[in-house]
Design a protein around this ligand. Structure first.
Ligand SMILES: O=C(O)CCC(=O)C(=O)O
Ligand SMILES: [Fe+2]
Length: 358
């Protein structure tokens, strides 16, 4: 069996993935919610990933968000650099190619914090540019001292095309995340049936990231046929809600070390567990390594060019976190804690600082 076969027999998770590579979970309102919750728990405690369908977010909202992303990345580099990412504390703005250094190696082991230039260079920089957007709280006055930051919306783009589309997208994803956290809390058997988890994630500490992987040629990057567009990593927060275009290339590592390709499904959302939720759940939920490569013909739904050109790719990640003041501490006090408690904001800022050079 090829290591990219889109089934998952090794992890013990559901295999009815419709060829998607990871479990597919249907959130239709007429489905039994307890069943949905147990499917989510099954996926998140094995491969750590699933694809959501019938989640209720209208197609139009994805279409407008992808249009906003394209309009931004098509601006000249000098213009995009006016909105450059300033600090992990603010966690907003544009990051040009080659600025992410990753804090884990290809096996998921943390690299030393004081790693020098050589070790950084040993990992090929991601072939992507990104734009991070947070929540603009209308009732708070931005102040660096108080840790309140505002987005810098590009003045070159009409508010309808960019800001409006992305604020709507943010709101939809935020609601969906809270729904998922409720299911997770319920399925984990937490005493308050999931309400407590929701209350600890409901202050919009999330981060919307637009990603653009430029078109490239196959024999660059790691060599051979495959181009590595995004290094293997785990996400930092609680859940990540990812929308992708039809190009493909996302791969997830199974428990046995082989990789499964996630086939893009129109209007679906790929969800995965991040390290913060893995810690919080005392390792019951798994933050799994994933990476982005050039698409293989078997999984891409877009026409994959037989020639050397790999088409550009767009995706939108919605990185969810616990509220800034939450202590991430073993949710199961009856079992020995595998991690020291840590403040959610501190944890996130540390991980961001270890990966992004500003
Ligand atoms: O672009 C993708 O498909 C995945 C991106 C990703 O994993 C990330 O930004 O954390
Ligand atoms: Fe990721």
């Amino acid at each position: 069996m090829s290591s990219d076969t889109p089934t998952d027999s090794s992890s013990g998770s559901r295999t009815d993935d419709n060829g998607c590579g990871i479990p597919v979970i249907d959130l239709s309102p007429d489905r039994d919610e307890t069943k949905i919750a147990s499917e989510l728990l099954d996926a998140f405690s094995t491969i750590g990933f699933c694809t959501l369908i019938h989640h209720g977010v209208p197609s139009e909202i994805f279409r407008k968000a992808f249009l906003a992303s394209k309009s931004f990345f098509e601006l000249p580099l000098a213009t995009k650099l006016r909105y450059k990412y300033k600090s992990p504390a603010a966690n907003r703005g544009y990051i040009p190619y080659g600025s992410e250094k990753h804090d884990k190696d290809g096996e998921g082991r943390f690299l030393p914090a004081d790693r020098g230039e050589t070790e950084t260079i040993a990992i090929t920089p991601d072939q992507k540019e990104t734009m991070d957007i947070g929540y603009d709280d209308p009732s708070a006055i931005p102040s660096e001292k108080d840790g309140v930051y505002a987005n810098e919306w590009p003045t070159e783009l009409s508010p309808d095309v960019f800001r409006g589309a992305l604020e709507t997208y943010f709101e939809e994803m935020d609601n969906l995340n809270l729904r998922l956290m409720h299911y997770i809390g319920e399925a984990l058997g937490l005493p308050d049936g999931g309400r407590g988890l929701v209350e600890q994630c409901n202050a919009k500490p999330q981060n919307l990231r637009l990603l653009h992987y430029p078109s490239t040629v196959r024999d660059q990057g790691t060599g051979g046929d495959t181009v590595l567009r995004g290094n293997a990593h785990t996400d930092f927060g609680t859940l990540t809600l990812l929308a992708q275009d039809s190009v493909g290339g996302l791969k997830v590592r199974r428990a046995d070390g082989t990789w499964t390709s996630v086939r893009p499904v129109e209007d679906s959302i790929v969800v995965n567990v991040g390290d913060m939720l893995m810690r919080w759940s005392n390792d019951r939920l798994k933050a799994t390594l994933h990476k982005v490569e050039s698409p293989d013909a078997a999984t891409a739904t877009a026409e994959v060019s037989p020639c050397a050109i790999v088409p550009e790719r767009y995706s939108i990640a919605f990185f969810c976190n616990a509220n800034k003041d939450v202590e991430i501490k073993n949710l199961f006090p009856d079992e020995p804690a595998k991690y020291e408690p840590i403040n959610a904001h501190e944890y996130l800022t540390q991980r961001l600082a270890a990966t992004i050079s500003t």
